[in-house]
Design a protein around this ligand. Structure first.
Ligand code: NA7
Length: 541
C-alpha cells in the first residue's frame, strides 16, 4: 500500500475494548495525545465480537464495570445480575459517548508492525491499510481472548452447510429453525450457547473432547430496590472488591475444606452452588491449591451433574474426571446439563472417537460414523493471552522481535513491561493476574499504575523507561513459583498454553491473587519503580 505520512501522538493504544478505552480516558485526561487503533468495526473488544446466543459475563454486572467515575456508577442501570453481551456492549458505547472517547478511536485499523526507532526514541506503528503512526509510548490492550482458534477439518471446503464461530457470530440474527446444528467445543462459549441453540434448532449435536466443571449462574433481574441499595454504598463495594483476592464480591472462608465436618462442608458448597457462581471455587481457602481439598469440591459438582442428567451414558460422558475442579476455567452455566435430557440433543464423545473431517453434509469421526448437519458452530476458543500480542511484528531494541523474545513463553516484569521493548506496556495480559481475577479490576489497576508512572517520568524529565533484565528474570521465576503452589498445572488448558499445539507449556498468569499483586505494584512504585530503568531526556544527557 501507499504509506501516508505518519501521524504523531504521545501514546498509541492498541485495542478499543474495556482496557483500551480506559487507557484512552485516563491518559488523555493527563493532557497526552492518544490514538486508539482497533481492528474491529466497532468498539467493545471481546463484547463486540462474541455475539453468540447466550453470551454473558460470568462476573456480576456491578463489579464487571468501570469504577473511575461515581457519576457513571450512579447513572448506569444494570438490568441483570450477570449481564448479557448486548447490555455490556451498550454500557461500553454509553461510556464512549459520555466521556467523548470516540474522537480518538480509529476503527478498522489492524496493527501489523510496531518497530522501536532507537535514534528517535519512538515507536513506528503500521496498520494493514498502510497507515503509519509515530508514538512515544505504546500500550497493548488487545485482550486475552481475541485471537480466535478454529481447527482445520479436511473437507471443510466442500461442506454445503453454514460454518459459524461463537467469537465471530454474525450481527444479523441467525435463524436456526428446522436446522440440524453441530457444536464443537464445551468451554464457556459452547456451554452458554448450547441450551439456547437447542431451543431454536431442529436438532443439536454436541461434539465434546473434554467435559467441563460448571456451576449454575443463578441469574436474576435487578430490582429498583436492589439497585438503589448497591448504589447507596457503591464506593464501599468497590473498596472491598479491590482488597479481595480475586476481585469478586464473594468472600472465601478462612478454613480448609478438610478441617470442617462433612455436613458443614456440604452445606457450604450447597450455599455457594446456589448463588456464588464463579466464587464457588473460593468456598474454602484451599480448593485451588490442595488436591484433597479440591476433590471434595469436584465430587460435589460431579454429584450435582449426576442429579441433572437422566441418561446414564450421557451423564458419565458429561462428568469431568481426572483433573482438579477449577484447574481449567470452570464455566458458569444456565441449564447446560439439563439440556441433554431433551430428545433433540445428542452428545458425541470425540475424545474416544476423534473428528476425522467434513463431508458435504456433515462431520465424520475416525470410526467412520457420520453426523448430518446444516450448520456447524465452532466454540473452540482462542489462542489465549499471547495470541494477539504475537500476531503483529513487534520489534524492540537491536532488532529483537517479541516473537523471538517469547519463543519459550511470555517473559515480563509484573506483566506490565518487557526488557528490550522500552516505552511499551501491556494491560492485563500474560504475567499479570489477567483472567484469574475479575479482569476489569486488573485493567483499572494497570491503567492507573501506568498513568502514574508516565506522570512520574514527566516530573523527572525521563525520556525512556525500560524493564531491567534481572527484574524480569525474577518476576518470571516468581510467577512460576506461584503457579507451582496451585493445581493449575494439573489440567490441560489455555492457562498453561495447551490450547494451541506447539505453544510452550508454561503458566501464563500471576496466580498469587489480586491482593498480593496490588501490593507488589504499589511497592514497586514506592521503591522508585524498582526493576524499571529510566533514561534522561536528550537535553539533560
Ligand atoms: P475455551 O474455554 O478455550 O473452550 C474451547 C472448547 O473447544 C473446549 O471444550 C475445547 O476442548 C474445545 N476444542 C478446542 N479445540 C478443539 C479441537 N481441535 N477439537 C475438538 N475440540 C476442541 O473457549 P471458550 O470460547 O468456550 O471460552 C473462553 C473463555 O471465555 C472462558 O474461559 C471464559 O473466560 C470466557 P478441550 O477442553 O481443549 O479438550
Amino acid at each position: 500500500g501507499i504509506l501516508s505520512a505518519s501521524a504523531e501522538v504521545d501514546v498509541v493504544v492498541v485495542g478499543a475494548g474495556f482496557a483500551g478505552l480506559r487507557a484512552l480516558h485516563t491518559l488523555r485526561s493527563q493532557g497526552r495525545s492518544v490514538a486508539v487503533l482497533e481492528a474491529g468495526d466497532g468498539i467493545g473488544g471481546v463484547w463486540h465480537w462474541n455475539r453468540y446466543p447466550g453470551a454473558r459475563c460470568d462476573i456480576e454486572s456491578y463489579d464487571y464495570s468501570y469504577s473511575f467515575s461515581p457519576e457513571l456508577e450512579q447513572e448506569w442501570r444494570w438490568t441483570q445480575r450477570y449481564a448479557r453481551q448486548p447490555e455490556i456492549l451498550s454500557y461500553i458505547e454509553h461510556v464512549a459517548d459520555r466521556f467523548d472517547l470516540r474522537r480518538d478511536v480509529h476503527l478498522r485499523r489492524t496493527v501489523t508492525e510496531c518497530v522501536w526507532d532507537e535514534e528517535r526514541g519512538r515507536w513506528d506503528i503500521r496498520t494493514e491499510g498502510g497507515e503509519r503512526w509515530d508514538a512515544r509510548f505504546v500500550v497493548w490492550a488487545v485482550g486475552n481472548l481475541s485471537s480466535t482458534k478454529q481447527p482445520t477439518l479436511p473437507g471443510a471446503e466442500d461442506f454445503r452447510g453454514r460454518i459459524l464461530h461463537t467469537a465471530t457470530w454474525p450481527r444479523d440474527p441467525v435463524d436456526l429453525t428446522g436446522l440440524r446444528v453441530g457444536v464443537i467445543g464445551t468451554g464457556s462459549s459452547g456451554m452458554q450457547s448450547i441450551p439456547i441453540l437447542a431451543r431454536e434448532a431442529e436438532h443439536v449435536t454436541v461434539f465434546q473432547r473434554t467435559p467441563n466443571y460448571s456451576v449454575p449462574a443463578v441469574h436474576h433481574e435487578i430490582s429498583d430496590v436492589r439497585d438503589a441499595e448497591v448504589k447507596a454504598s457503591y464506593a464501599e463495594r468497590r473498596r472491598r472488591i479491590r482488597q479481595s483476592p480475586s476481585g469478586l464480591g464473594f468472600k472465601p472462608r478462612k478454613e480448609s475444606a478438610l478441617e470442617v465436618p462433612e455436613a458443614e462442608r456440604v452445606e457450604a458448597f450447597e450455599d455457594a452452588w446456589n448463588g456464588a457462581g464463579f466464587g464457588f471455587s473460593l468456598t474454602f481457602r484451599d480448593i485451588l491449591v490442595d488436591l484433597e481439598a479440591n476433590e471434595t469440591a469436584a465430587d460435589f459438582v460431579r454429584e450435582k451433574i449426576a442429579g441433572l442428567v437422566e441418561d446414564p451414558e450421557t451423564r458419565e460422558l458429561l462428568t469431568p474426571r481426572g483433573y482438579p475442579f477449577g484447574a481449567k476455567r470452570p464455566v458458569v452455566d444456565d441449564g447446560y446439563f439439563e439440556t441433554f435430557n431433551r430428545d433433540d440433543v445428542t452428545l458425541v464423545d470425540i475424545a474416544s472417537d476423534p473428528l476425522e473431517g467434513m463431508t458435504p453434509t456433515g462431520l465424520r469421526t475416525e470410526s467412520g460414523e457420520t453426523h448430518e448437519l446444516d450448520v456447524l458452530v465452532f466454540a473452540t476458543g482462542f489462542d489465549a493471552l499471547t495470541g494477539s500480542l504475537l500476531r503483529p511484528r513487534v520489534v524492540g531494541r537491536d532488532g529483537v522481535t517479541l516473537q523471538e523474545k517469547w519463543a519459550s513463553g511470555p517473559v515480563t516484569h509484573l506483566g506490565l513491561g518487557i526488557h528490550g521493548f522500552p516505552n511499551m506496556f501491556v494491560v492485563a495480559g500474560p504475567g499479570s493476574p489477567a483472567l484469574l481475577i475479575n479482569v476489569l479490576v486488573g485493567i483499572e489497576l494497570h491503567v492507573d499504575w501506568i498513568a502514574e508512572m508516565l506522570a512520574d517520568m514527566d516530573r523527572r524529565g525521563a525520556r525512556e523507561v525500560e524493564v531491567e533484565v534481572a527484574a524480569e528474570a525474577q518476576w518470571v521465576a516468581h510467577v512460576n513459583q506461584r503457579a507451582a503452589q496451585t493445581l493449575y498445572p494439573l489440567a490441560r488448558s489455555y492457562y498453561m498454553g495447551d490450547e494451541v499445539p506447539g505453544k510452550p507449556r508454561v503458566f501464563m498468569m500471576y496466580a498469587g491473587g489480586l491482593r498480593n499483586y496490588r501490593k507488589i505494584l504499589e511497592e514497586c512504585a514506592a521503591e522508585d519503580y524498582a526493576g524499571f530503568a529510566f533514561t534522561r531526556s536528550m537535553s539533560d544527557a
